[in-house]
Design a protein around this ligand. Structure first.
Ligand code: PLP
Length: 429
């Protein structure tokens, strides 16, 4: 049924570590062989064996309008006529910067990079340079890409594979990363008090997606804002997942809490490799060549990536109804999945906000990393495969969020809910 995927994976393992170019793709957390994809359109993925799947990850977030949306296809094909890279400034970079500043409330200036990892690494360097302090506070289970400073109690693939503290991170670097419990303001206060005038930044996913979907208590975000301001610390929202997804202006707009710096990725590139970091003018003007903090990139602001990103953001900016559509899809799926769960007697917690959702197999509320880890990951693995075999493609790990796209119609939602009910029945036997 998936023989070509199997053959490709066998060969891939000879030439690529673990057979994949990013760890979670390997299906290690759920067992079995990763599915090798050949094409995608709208809400569907098509694999190398000709199987079709309804897509609930959307390239881990970027494809918020579904795959190969015609507006983005056209923008990329037009840009291709004019060269793939200049290494010199272009009009589109100015236009996308202006658009991001218009859409994301706290961002006054923005620098484009090539990935979310680059965005967070650069933002932390900037925060350290700006404040003259070395330490930062991050939260257990949050993932901010694979920069050394962030691979301490990290989420996503790092926790999936049991390496939240990766070998290879120098002790000196690790010592400057303080970790706090998500949704626990008191813990943050204690860390700040124990490290007076030493903390440059507090960085967090304002809605976590990398320990599964974990929603913040609004008072937690407001409290972090106050603590940061009072102690001369920069508050960084890592909106690589939530930016342009949870609202036009991201989680900061949804919760009404403004960070000093914001990191972006995924949707901002419309599926091309793009990241960005931005924030208040006086902080961003510390970045080279305006200021002393160095950061650069040969392919940063790449014209093809900018064309795709601009087309995506322009569409979202001019079609605000997109966000209501995403809310409705998320609500219908959450309600439907819960209805089926209640019939099975399985222990579960379903965390959901907008178009992000995670089903945890636990009877505990999930509000931080410790509670996320109470879920039955073996049961999740069985659920994942039951869904896959019925043509629904989920994130292959318990510690990830699903991301919905506007390409899902009521008919797709009905198919997903039917598959979900069948899968839950099978695994609860
Ligand atoms: N920050 C968050 C919140 C993420 O979810 C991710 C990736 O999933 C990153 C940063 C890193 O982005 P990238 O994989 O583009 O380097």
């Amino acid at each position: 049924m998936r023989e070509n995927s199997q053959q490709l994976f066998d060969k891939a393992q000879q030439f690529i570590p673990g057979g994949v170019n990013s760890p979670v793709r390997a299906f290690k957390a759920v067992g079995g062989t990763p599915v090798f994809m050949k094409s995608a359109k709208g809400p569907y993925l098509f694999d190398e064996d000709g199987n079709r799947y309804i897509e609930l990850i959307n390239s881990w977030g970027p494809m918020v309008l579904g795959h190969a949306h015609e507006i983005i296809e056209k923008a990329v094909s037009d840009a291709l006529q004019r060269s793939f890279s200049f290494g010199a400034p272009t009009r589109k970079e100015v236009e996308i910067a202006e658009l991001i500043v218009l859409m994301v409330p706290s961002v006054e200036k923005i620098r484009m990079v090539n990935s979310g990892t680059e965005a967070t690494m650069s933002a932390i360097r900037l925060a350290r340079g700006y404040t003259g302090r070395d330490k930062m506070i991050k939260f257990e289970g949050c993932y901010h890409g694979h920069g050394d400073s962030f691979l301490i109690a990290a989420g996503s693939g790092a926790v999936t594979f049991g390496t939240p503290d990766s070998p290879g991170v120098p002790k000196g670097v690790a010592n400057d990363t303080l970790t706090a419990r998500y949704n626990d303001l008191e813990h943050v206060k204690e860390l700040i008090e124990a490290n007076p005038n030493q903390v440059a930044a507090i960085i967090l996913e304002p809605v976590a997606g990398n320990m599964g979907c974990v929603v913040p208590d609004p008072a937690f975000l407001k409290g972090l804002r106050e603590l940061s301001t009072r102690n001369g610390i920069l508050l960084i929202f890592d909106e690589v997942m939530t930016g342009f997804r949870l609202s036009r202006g991201g989680a900061q707009e949804r919760f009404g809490v403004m960070p000093d710096l914001t990191t972006l990725g995924k949707i901002i590139g419309g599926g091309m490799p793009v990241g960005a970091y931005g924030g208040r003018k006086e902080i961003m003007d510390y970045v080279s060549p305006a200021g002393p903090v160095y950061q650069a990139g040969t392919l940063s602001g790449n014209p093809i990536a900018m064309a795709a990103g601009y087309a995506m953001l322009d569409y979202l900016n001019t079609h605000p109804e997109t966000y209501q559509t995403l809310e409705d899809i998320g609500q219908k799926l959450a309600t439907g999945i819960k209805n089926s769960l209640q019939k099975t007697g399985l222990s579960y917690t379903l965390n959901h906000i907008g178009s992000m959702l995670t089903l945890f197999f636990t009877d505990k509320a999930v509000f931080d990393f410790e509670s996320a880890k109470t879920s039955d990951t073996a049961l999740f693995g069985r659920y994942f495969h039951e869904m896959l075999n019925q043509g629904v493609y989920l994130a292959p790990s318990q510690y990830e969020s699903l991301f919905f796209s506007t390409a899902l119609t009521d008919a797709h939602i009905a198919l997903i809910l039917e598959a979900n009910e069948n899968a839950l029945k099978k695994i609860s036997r």
